[in-house]
Design a protein around this ligand. Structure first.
Ligand SMILES: NC(=O)C1=CN([C@@H]2O[C@H](COP(=O)(O)OP(=O)(O)OC[C@H]3O[C@@H](n4cnc5c(N)ncnc54)[C@H](O)[C@@H]3O)[C@@H](O)[C@H]2O)C=CC1
Ligand SMILES: O=C(O)[C@@H]1CCC=N1
Length: 270
């Protein structure tokens, strides 16, 4: 089924979602509309994806849409967009990707909409990674899932966990990219050519993830297998144990979750 969607805001995240959905043919350039206050974004989206983009909302396209996306930032005037949707009698599904803004805040003016709130994963181009999803009773699960499955996996969660899901799971690739950079640099520091270090780092990451998944074992058990007595692995382990490796990652996640909560409180809906 081809979905008709319309997005308020056509920034980085919306672009990534639309690019994946276009590739999977869940939407087509003719059935995808976007409004963005930035003329540069409008021109870029039109030129690159041939979708229907404009600076002013196309209310006919909105009224015909199966799904309206709120793709602006928490600091932007999403409340005004909701008011306009009410004024134009839009009554189908609204999908918000705005970090930190709750379903209750989104529904606060008129209890009209079928609302789904997601924190999309940014790994849309490989259609992997979980998006955290919270929906109210009216949301059309079929429409929502057709769209969401086109750019990743779906994890229905309690809204109380969504900020943690954001700072931990959705910011998740950032921690992995940082690990990959540090690990590759370590190889180069030890004398390995950069290209080879990249290749080994990526293969180790993939293989270790596959091994954890396939063996069903706790990573600590797998560490035991890889550490011979008085050997290489346990020597490296000793240095890691002395370092702030674990605390650094833990603190980064806690800071990301805290920032998600702050953004939710600062938004214009309050
Ligand atoms: N980038 C990411 O990794 C993720 C972002 N998000 C959420 O997605 C949302 C968008 O984030 P980004 O795409 O990174 O930001 P962005 O700044 O690239 O996109 C926001 C777009 O909205 C436009 N805009 C602002 N007010 C508008 C209005 N009233 N009407 C129409 N367009 C308007 C801006 O011109 C801009 O192009 C945020 O709420 C963020 O929390 C969620 C998960 C991941
Ligand atoms: O930085 C951001 O705003 C988004 C939310 C989680 C990951 N990226």
């Amino acid at each position: 089924m081809t979905l008709k969607i319309y997005s308020f805001g056509g920034g980085q995240m919306v672009e990534a979602m639309l690019r994946a959905a276009l590739k999977k043919e869940v939407i087509t350039p003719e059935t995808a509309g976007v409004t963005d206050i930035s003329i540069d974004r409008v021109n870029y989206l039109t030129d690159t994806y041939h979708i229907q983009a404009s600076q002013q909302p196309d209310w006919t396209a909105v009224e015909n849409a199966d799904l309206v996306i709120l793709g602006v930032r928490p600091q932007d005037n999403w409340q005004e967009i909701m008011k306009e949707l009410v004024a134009h009698h839009y009554q189908k599904d609204v999908l918000s990707i705005i970090a930190g803004v709750t379903v209750t805040q989104l529904s606060s003016q008129e209890d009209l909409f079928a609302i789904t709130r997601i924190i999309p994963n940014t790994l849309t181009d490989v259609a992997m990674g979980y998006s955290g999803v919270v929906k109210n009773d009216r949301a059309n699960q079929t429409v929502i899932e057709d769209f969401l499955n086109s750019f990743g996996k779906v994890d229905y969660i309690d809204e109380s966990l969504l900020d943690v899901f954001t700072g931990y799971g959705v910011a998740g690739p950032n921690y992995i990219y940082n690990f990959l950079i540090s690990f590759t640099n370590a190889g180069v520091l030890a004398g390995m050519p950069r290209q080879q270090a990249n290749k080994l780092a990526l293969e180790n990451l993939r293989a270790a993830a596959a091994f954890v998944e396939q063996s069903g074992k706790h990573p600590a058990e797998l560490l035991d297998i890889n550490n011979s007595a008085g050997g290489v692995g346990i020597t490296a382990q000793h240095e890691l144990d002395k370092s702030s490796f674990s605390a650094g990652i833990e603190n980064a996640v806690l800071a990301a979750v805290k920032r998600t909560k702050e953004l939710g409180k600062q938004n214009k809906g309050d």
